[in-house]
Design a protein around this ligand. Sequence first.
Ligand code: C2E
Ligand code: CA
Ligand code: CA
Length: 342
Amino acid sequence: MSIADNEVGVSASIGISYFPTHGEKLSDIITKADVAMYHVKNTTKNSIIQFDNNMLQALEEYCLLETSCERAMDNGELYLVYQPKVDVLNKKVVGCEALMRWRHPKRGLILPERFIPVFEKSGAIHDVGIWVVRQVISQVKSWQAEGFYMPNVSINLSGLQLDKPDLIYRLLSEFAGAGIDPKIIEFELTETTMMTSRGPDALQSIELLRQCVYQVSIDDFGNGFSSLSYLTELPVSSLKIDNSFIRNMLHGGKELVIVNSILSLAMNMGLKVYAEGVENLRQAEFLCQHKCFLQQGYFHSNPMTAEKLKEAVIEWESKTSHQIDYGDQPHAQQSAVLMNTA
Ligand code: C2E
Ligand code: CA
Ligand code: CA
């Protein structure tokens, strides 16, 4: 359509409901058509869909989480667990990733894949993001006070937290005066986030983090179908290979080619590379044979509370539980300590 000489695209999100299947009163039928329409808007967009009861359940769930998200922080329903990142060659825990959990009074334990999208849509992600940073700061400080040194702690950032540099300033101001070496804090941003929030503001936010000497890594790498040229533009320090590739790499498909390509790309660009979602010894060994020693996954350890993590790291680093075959690597004679809490 053309308005004042400008071409304007028009799209339609349409929800359909039927009488009497979806209600006998006009108001019920309109409400359900409305629910279906919002479902289209929130998912595929620009298409037509018929109401079904699952949409109502999803909407009720969304409303329940949205109305309780502010209270969640105040009531201590949110908490962080930490999953170790290990260097299997040097038998070391090289860091950990902070992962959020929500113990909801009505729904029980909820995982981030269900609540992060609600926080993002409602805007609560900004306050929750600050809460995560505060929790990590206080955890690192208490580990330090106990004489326990964690070399690196990753914090996941949502794309919305990047969109305005003042939000990043707000987040960074939390670190001011905390007495924590910025080099030990790593911000993880998914490849999709980096690709979709690549306006000048997002790039400025990433540069700001790097100027303040924080580490920035690209999470779920390989999954965003992006052009690799952006790697030359973004000031990142490491890549985390998406766990779908690690899960399928030994099944004889294209995933193996992708893992190998990412490993040589990262090596040639001087980037650290982590494999995440390592679930078994075969995957861990295979990655080692391809010089990918930085690993994270249930095979090494599940995410756990900060207290348990400290105890486990001290214990794991003092004993050998798995032998890794390094193939023709120069360190083949060494055995690695891996940890498995399963
Ligand atoms: P992610 O950053 O890719 O985190 C890794 C996810 O994989 C975590 O799920 C972790 O528990 C899970 N995982 C770890 N090892 C294995 C494994 O061996 N196999 C499999 N299949 N999964 C494994 P989780 O904790 O449910 O978090 C899901 C996503 O939610 C995270 O994906 C991250 O994108 C987001 N998230 C978590 N915490 C936060 C947070 O504090 N802020 C923001 N913005 N996002 C968060
Ligand atoms: Ca992550
Ligand atoms: Ca990931």
